[in-house]
Design a protein around this ligand. Structure first.
Ligand code: SF4
Ligand code: SF4
Length: 329
């Protein structure tokens, strides 16, 4: 039987030391769980045999005491951890701590040059992030470079693969910016731009034999043909998204809360989630537009959050899908 709860993507904080133009968390959450509440939730997840917890934000290192306690408790419980960070707060002490607790680290780099990265994340961020990455590399912390692809940087996405390799990353990842939080439609890319990115990054990954993950775009299977490229579908996932207030969200970019872990035990919240009509809709139904698609059983309509945000329904196909590109634009 498929395991129910393999992992948690946990938006541990809404706070951040930067103000990136594409941030999907900005202004969305009113409160945050206390560290004690987080540890209680983690222990309940451990009882359900969760295998990994991915801490993201906001910036997890800005609430380092909370992040540290969760990671160390997870380590004690045998749960593997990762953090998604902008890298600017990584100093030697933090890098050593990440190494000691085997924390896989995802570092955001939104362009292959200072000019492009700083245009997205703010002046001076490139040099601080690169310094953090160099420390990770020096101390043998395993890390991936992640690029959020927008109108500002999509033309440079393929250069990031080589840069990630040169910086000592074990892989690279790309994700299209979605219209949530601070991100507006003037920076999100359209399907033609995203398809150009997918072709180029997968060609580069293949040429360099460098592992590349494509996040939140399962239809990439249609264009990214390389054994070095992976993509995933979230529609029947055993991973859940938890927000800074302790709610199980339908997806972490959508303000659709299904159950509240402050009020319920994890097992109870999970049961409510599994039986919720919206969860059943996204996991059981495939959009009609996808009926004759050769990869429909894998992709299942792509990103339902983007379909909801851009097209007004969870059960329409992903507006970035190449098969739909011509009919949508
Ligand atoms: S719904 Fe979309 S944004 Fe959310 S996890 Fe799935 S692919 Fe990613
Ligand atoms: S047609 Fe539907 S199932 Fe096929 S790739 Fe596009 S979104 Fe995915």
């Amino acid at each position: 039987m498929k395991e129910r709860l393999s992992g948690i993507i946990w938006l541990i904080t809404r706070k951040c030391n930067l103000s990136c133009i594409h941030c999907y968390v900005a202004d969305r959450f009113k409160q945050e769980l206390s560290t004690e509440e987080c540890l209680r939730i983690l222990r309940e997840a451990a009882e359900l045999d969760v295998r990994f917890v991915g801490l993201t934000g906001g910036e997890p290192l800005i609430v380092f005491d909370k992040t540290r306690k969760i990671v160390e408790e997870a380590y004690r419980l045998g749960i593997s951890t990762s953090i998604q960070t902008n890298g600017t707060l990584i100093d030697r002490t933090i890098a050593e701590w990440l190494a000691n607790y085997d924390v896989f680290t995802y570092v955001s780099l939104d362009g292959p040059t200072e000019e492009i990265h700083d245009a997205v994340r703010g002046k001076g961020t490139w040099s601080r992030t690169i310094r953090g990455i160099e420390l990770l590399s020096k101390l043998d912390v395993e890390f991936t470079i992640v690029m959020a692809v927008s109108k500002i940087n999509y033309k440079y996405a393929s250069s990031l693969i080589e840069l990630a390799e040169n910086l000592g990353a074990c892989s690279a990842a790309v994700i299209p910016v979605i219209r949530a939080g601070r991100a507006r439609s003037n920076i999100t890319i359209n399907s033609r731009e995203w398809i150009t990115v997918l072709r180029k990054v997968s060609e580069y990954a293949n040429e360099l034999r460098f592992p590349l993950s494509i996040w939140c775009a399962p239809f990439a299977l249609l264009v990214a043909k390389s054994p070095y490229v992976r993509c995933y579908s979230c529609r029947r996932s055993s991973v859940v998204d938890v927000d800074p207030m302790g709610r199980l969200l339908l997806c972490d970019v959508l303000d659709i809360a299904i159950a509240d872990l402050r009020e319920l035990r994890f097992s109870e919240a999970l049961k409510i989630f599994d039986e919720h009509p919206l969860n059943i809709e996204i996991s059981e139904q495939i959009p009609k537009e996808c009926a004759d698609c050769p990869i429909r059983e894998f992709c299942r309509g792509g990103c339902y959050a983007r379909a909801y945000i851009e097209r007004g329904s969870l059960n329409l196909a992903d507006p970035l899908c190449p098969r739909l590109a011509d009919s949508l634009h």
